[in-house]
Design a protein around this ligand. Structure first.
Ligand code: PMP
Length: 410
């Protein structure tokens, strides 16, 4: 394992000291949400104790502090994902709202009858349903890039799907159900060559690898704060400035206007025209603190450590008789989905929970990709940089016990 002091980082996360059913908590549900370091918890308390105010409007000291904190967080996000400017960062509730925003603004403006939207079989429902809704509204069609038996996108098939009716390619950078890392830069380049725009769903990538939206050349990039050690209820739409400027606003109200009369309304520029009403100011500030924390630990060090930990976990899982790993891509992050002979996935989840081990079992809001493997559900441990080999060993021990037929099946 590379030089990485996992015990030191564990001390930064108070919840990791919790006990569940008398056992130390083992948090392997990081793809659903991540735990919060004390620095983020403290930053929220600091905001509410010393800076709380609405932003932009009022001219007093606390409004200035709150505005500085909120706009400071926007700049941190821009630096973190390699955006050219903080103006390209729009705060929303999460990845789901982010994709809906793009579908309901840029999508409605640019996608019409007979146009095509390409997604992939790996997508989370959040990157399927908003496009289906748009297609139903406009008469556009959805096409899906298939995967091979390892859960890797078939790029040749993708190229065959691209044509002059393709207006958008919307793909995930990391599959939340299988852990597959997709070649987004290549996917975006091919989309651009076909004259389409590209949206990258970074919900499962930003906490596990260095992301640079300009290197990817994504037109839109979205993620959720809560999956990168920040609070729930805050997320991001990145969009290239010229595209955002040409895109109409979504919700209307305060904050997003320059001037209102009953005859007409003039909107603010980007990003404000997309942030109607009072936003989630404190949690945006919390997201800024989470990014500071991740950069202090070092996202590259995190990626290296997690790569080795996932390889260790995969080796261990493959020693369990009757265990079938779903998703064996050459390039993966965080996730090890599996099914176990003789057990329903919820029974495995319950047996693990009794040992204090939190995993998700179910369809992971990604039914098309599980059905590609003939399944309705898997058990999904998902790792973060605060997880350890010892925790992986504990998981494998319980699974061996279940495989020997000593599981509690109710
Ligand atoms: N996309 C992917 C790949 C995800 O994993 C998730 C969350 N599981 C989402 C989108 C939606 O994120 P949220 O629920 O935070 O809006």
């Amino acid at each position: 394992f590379p030089a990485f002091d996992v015990n030191a980082v564990r001390r930064d996360f108070p919840i990791l000291a919790e006990r569940v059913h008398g056992k130390p908590l083992i948090w392997f549900d990081n793809a659903a949400t991540t735990q919060k370091p004390q620095a983020v918890i403290d930053r929220l308390a600091q905001f509410y104790a010393h800076e709380n105010s609405n932003i932009h409007r009022a001219a007093h000291e606390l409004a200035a502090r709150a505005t500085d904190a909120y706009e400071g967080a926007r700049s941190k996000v821009a630096r973190f994902i390699g955006a050219a400017s903080p103006d390209e960062v729009i705060f929303v509730r999460g990845a789901t709202e982010a994709i809906n925003l793009v579908a309901k603004t840029w999508g409605r403006q640019n996608i019409g009858e007979g146009d095509e939207i390409i997604v992939s079989l790996l997508e989370h429902h959040a990157n399927i349903v908003p496009w289906q809704q748009l297609a139903a509204e406009t008469g556009a069609k959805i096409r899906a890039i298939p995967v091979d038996d390892k859960g890797q996108l078939l790029l040749g098939e993708y190229q065959r799907l691209l044509n002059d009716r393709t207006k958008l390619v919307a793909v995930t950078q990391v599959s939340n159900a299988l852990g597959t890392v997709t070649p987004v830069a290549e996917i975006v380049e091919l989309a651009h060559r076909a004259g389409a725009k590209a949206l990258v769903d970074g919900a499962q990538s930003v906490s596990h690898m260095r992301v640079n939206v300009q290197a990817i050349d994504a037109d839109f990039f979205v993620f959720s704060g809560h999956k990168v050690f920040a609070p729930t209820g805050i997320g991001v739409v990145y969009g290239k400035r010229d595209i955002l400027e040409a895109t109409p606003p979504w919700q209307g109200g305060g904050n997003m206007i320059a001037d209102v009369t009953f005859e007409r309304t003039l909107y603010q520029g980007v990003p404000n025209k997309f942030e109607a009403g009072t936003g989630n100011i404190a949690d945006a500030v919390g997201l800024g603190a989470a990014i500071d924390y991740v950069e202090r630990v070092g996202i590259e060090a995190i990626a290296r450590y997690e790569h080795d930990l996932l390889a260790y976990a995969t080796q261990g899982l493959l020693t369990v008789p009757g265990l079938r790993l779903i998703g064996t891509a050459d390039h993966k992050a965080s996730v090890a989905s599996f099914v176990l002979d003789g057990y329903r996935t919820e029974d495995v989840g319950r047996a693990l929970n009794e040992e204090g081990i939190a995993v998700r079992s179910g369809h992971h809001c990604a039914q098309p990709i599980l059905r590609r493997f003939g399944l309705e559900a898997t058990v999904r441990p998902s790792l973060a940089f605060y997880n350890t080999c010892e925790e992986v060993d504990a998981l494998i021990r319980v699974l061996h016990r279940l495989a020997r037929g000593k599981g509690v099946v109710r």
